[in-house]
Design a protein around this ligand. Structure first.
Ligand code: AHM
Ligand code: MG
Length: 336
C-alpha cells in the first residue's frame, strides 16, 4: 500500500495557503474526485456489467453516444448536484446547461466537463478519460444561463483530467503548477505520485491524425512534412509518431516525456473550425499544459485567451513542448 499524500490532504493544504479560501472549492473538488473514481470503476467493469456499446442516442454535436458516455455524464451530475458548491454545470453530453435542482443549495462555481473523452476507444479497451474545468459564477448571478459560462480559459479556477489507463491517474492544476495522482484501488484514494509535472521544451515526438493530412492548412502540412523528412530534411533529426485517439492519453504522455499534439483546423467539414471543444476540452488541457511549462495555441492565438462564443464551440488545438509549438505558430505567421 502507498502511504503518500492523498488528494484530499493535498487540496486542503493548498487551501490553507490561501487565506481567503472558504473550503468550498476543496469540497467541490472532492465531489469531482468521487465522480472520477466511480467512472473508473465503471470503465474497469466493462462488459461484465453490460456497459459497452452504443446508447442509441446522439449528443448535441450529432455524435453517437456510447452507454459509458451517458453513464459517466450521470455520474458527474449526481456526484456534483447536491453539494451546494455549484451554480450550474455544462457537459459535452448535454445540449443545454444543467441547472441545480431546487431542493439543493447553490454555490459560487460553474463546472464544465467531458465525462468520457476518447469514447471511440471504449469498446476496444484502450485509454479513455474525463476532462473538467471549474469557473467562477459571475458576481450577482443567482440563476446562471449558458452565457455565464462563456469566460476565457485564463479565468479558470481549476483544470483537470482523469486518465483511465493501466492505472487511473488524476492530473490537476489550480494555477500553481501541475500535480498527478494515482488511484490506489486498495484504499480508494488518489495518492500524489507525480508532483510538479513539467513538459520538456524540446521533443521529437508528434501526435496527429495523419488520415486528415489532405485537409490540413499549409503551416501544419509544412510542419509535419518536415518531421517526416527526419534526418535528411530541414529538421536534421528523426521524429516518432503516436496517435491514441484519446486526448487525455496524449496530454498525459506529453506531461510525462514531452511531445506535440495537434488537432488542427482542416477543411474536411468547413462548418467546423476544429474537432475539439473549447470549454471542456481545449481550455482545461491548455491550463494544465501551460502550467507545466508547455504552450497551447490554435496556431494563430493562445487558446486560453479566446472569448468563447458557444458552450460547445470547437477550436483548433496545437499543444505541448514549447519549442515545437512555437515553431508551428511561426509557420502560421509566415503563411498568413
Ligand atoms: P470525443 O470527445 O467525442 O471522445 O472526441 C474527442 C477525441 C479526442 O480525445 C481525440 O484527440 C480525438 O477525438 C480523436 O479523433 P479522431 O477520431 O479523429 O482520431
Ligand atoms: Mg471529448
Amino acid at each position: 500500500m502507498h502511504t503518500g499524500e492523498t488528494i484530499t490532504q493535498f487540496i486542503i493544504e493548498e487551501q490553507r495557503r490561501c487565506v481567503s479560501a472558504s473550503g468550498e472549492f476543496t469540497a467541490l473538488l472532492n465531489d469531482v474526485v468521487t465522480a472520477c473514481k466511480a467512472i473508473s470503476a465503471a470503465v474497469n467493469q466493462g462488459a461484465l456489467v453490460g456497459i459497452l456499446g452504443t446508447a442509441g442516442s446522439e449528443n448535441v454535436q450529432g455524435e453517437t453516444q456510447k452507454k459509458l458516455d451517458v453513464l459517466s455524464n450521470e455520474i458527474f451530475i449526481n456526484a456534483n448536484k447536491w453539494g451546494g458548491h455549484l451554480a450550474a454545470m455544462a457537459s459535452e453530453e448535454m445540449d443545454d446547461i444543467y441547472h441545480i435542482p431546487p431542493q439543493y443549495p447553490k454555490g459560487k462555481y460553474l463546472l464544465t466537463f467531458d465525462p468520457l473523452d476518447g469514447s471511440s476507444n471504449i469498446d476496444v479497451n484502450l485509454s479513455v478519460g474525463s476532462i473538467f474545468s471549474i469557473l467562477r459564477c459571475p458576481e450577482g448571478v443567482a440563476n446562471p444561463v449558458a452565457k455565464d459560462f462563456l469566460q476565457p480559459g485564463v479565468q479558470q479556477v481549476c483544470g483537470g483530467f482523469t486518465l483511465y489507463g493501466p492505472c487511473t491517474m488524476l492530473v490537476l492544476t489550480t494555477g500553481n503548477g501541475v500535480n498527478g495522482f494515482t488511484l490506489d484501488h486498495n484504499i480508494g484514494e488518489f495518492i500524489l505520485t507525480h508532483p510538479n509535472m513539467t513538459i520538456p521544451a524540446d521533443t521529437s515526438e508528434f501526435a496527429i491524425n495523419m488520415s486528415n493530412q489532405r485537409f490540413w492548412e499549409a503551416p501544419v502540412k509544412r510542419y509535419i512534412d518536415e518531421c517526416l523528412a527526419g534526418k535528411t530534411g530541414p529538421r536534421k533529426k528523426d521524429f516518432n509518431m503516436r496517435w491514441v485517439a484519446s486526448m487525455v492519453a496524449e496530454v498525459y504522455r506529453i506531461l510525462t516525456r514531452g511531445g506535440i499534439f495537434m488537432y488542427p483546423k482542416d477543411i474536411k467539414d468547413p462548418s467546423k473550425p476544429g474537432k475539439l471543444r473549447l470549454m471542456y476540452e481545449a481550455n482545461p488541457m491548455s491550463f494544465i499544459v501551460e502550467q507545466a511549462g508547455g504552450m497551447s495555441t490554435t496556431g494563430l492565438a493562445r487558446i486560453m485567451e479566446l472569448q468563447p462564443e458557444g458552450l460547445h464551440q470547437r477550436v483548433p488545438v496545437i499543444l505541448g513542448s514549447r519549442n515545437e509549438v512555437e515553431r508551428v505558430v511561426e509557420y502560421h505567421k509566415k503563411s498568413s
